[in-house]
Design a protein around this ligand. Structure first.
Ligand SMILES: NC(=O)CCC(=O)C(=O)O
Length: 268
């Protein structure tokens, strides 16, 4: 199965420009037999946090039809990253996915808001764990950036049978080693495919001058091997994955048969 990741710079606060860019990538770079396309976190406004009160989408009324039109026109499933999204007077970082026929397959808000980008000062956190949904006939789930640091967030959908975990991100260069290491760990500890799409470009937040978004979008197989990886510039990754590898790896290392939730605890 062929998957493409669009690793792009998100222009902060410029929804129309970001939409035009994404639309052009589908027109010009989508390969004929690609089944799933993945785009990064917060692709509508980026981290233009000061202006999200006016600029965030409202209940996906703009972003969803935009992505649905791309999915149906190009007949491809889309892991639609995430967008700033207002609901009931709160602004969330909302991930969603759409099928080739334009059906909304999944929608969830980011749970842990990233203090290193001041996200927690402007957005409201979600309180529902990512669940499994089916995309192109495969059980999968979708997780947003900083939520990668909390292994429980990935464990729930993988313990429910997800074979691919998609991560959508605007992860920064300062912690690029964490990005690669944690993604590899999530693939290995769950014996699943990890497919992670990041952005590139400057962090235009006055408290974080000089930092950049790291790129290094990556596809990792259930044994922790890197299938494809981008550098730190705009790029399109095209990867072939063999979903049978998940069952084989889970037979070789039967993590889910050996789980002991009766023993696991947190300190109070
Ligand atoms: N957008 C994010 O959640 C960034 C997370 C990040 O860079 C990190 O180091 O964690």
């Amino acid at each position: 199965m062929k998957i493409q990741l669009f690793q792009i710079e998100i222009i902060e606060g410029e929804v129309e420009q970001n939409e035009s860019r994404i639309k052009a990538l589908f027109e010009e770079n989508l390969e004929a037999d690609t089944e799933i396309v993945v785009i990064p976190e917060m692709w509508n406004n980026g981290y233009d946090l000061h202006h999200l009160a006016e600029k965030a989408d409202i209940n996906l009324t703009r972003s969803l039809p935009f992505i649905q039109s791309l999915a149906t026109k190009h007949h491809v499933d889309i892991i639609a990253g995430s967008v700033s999204n207002k609901r009931n007077d709160n602004i969330y970082n909302t991930a969603f996915a759409v099928s080739k026929t334009g059906k909304l397959l999944y929608q969830k808000d980011k749970i842990h808001l990233v203090p290193m980008l001041d996200e927690h000062l402007y957005l409201t956190s979600g309180d529902e764990v990512p669940e499994v949904f089916e995309i192109n006939g495969i059980k999968a789930s979708q997780i947003i950036c900083y939520d990668l640091r909390f292994p429980e967030i990935t464990r729930y959908p993988t313990s429910q049978g997800a074979k691919i975990i998609f991560y959508v991100a605007q992860w920064t260069t300062k912690n690029i080693d964490h990005w690669r290491t944690l993604l590899k760990a999530r693939a290995i500890e769950n014996c699943v495919y990890v497919i992670a799409c990041n952005s590139v470009g400057d962090v235009n937040n006055e408290n974080h001058v000089g930092n950049t978004y790291a790129g290094h979008s990556i596809v990792i197989d259930p044994n922790g091997n890197i299938v494809e990886e981008a550098g730190n510039q705009e790029a399109i990754i095209t990867a072939e994955i063999d979903i049978q590898k998940v069952a084989k790896q889970q037979q070789n290392i039967p993590i889910f048969e050996n789980l002991r939730p009766d023993v696991y605890k947190y300190a109070e």
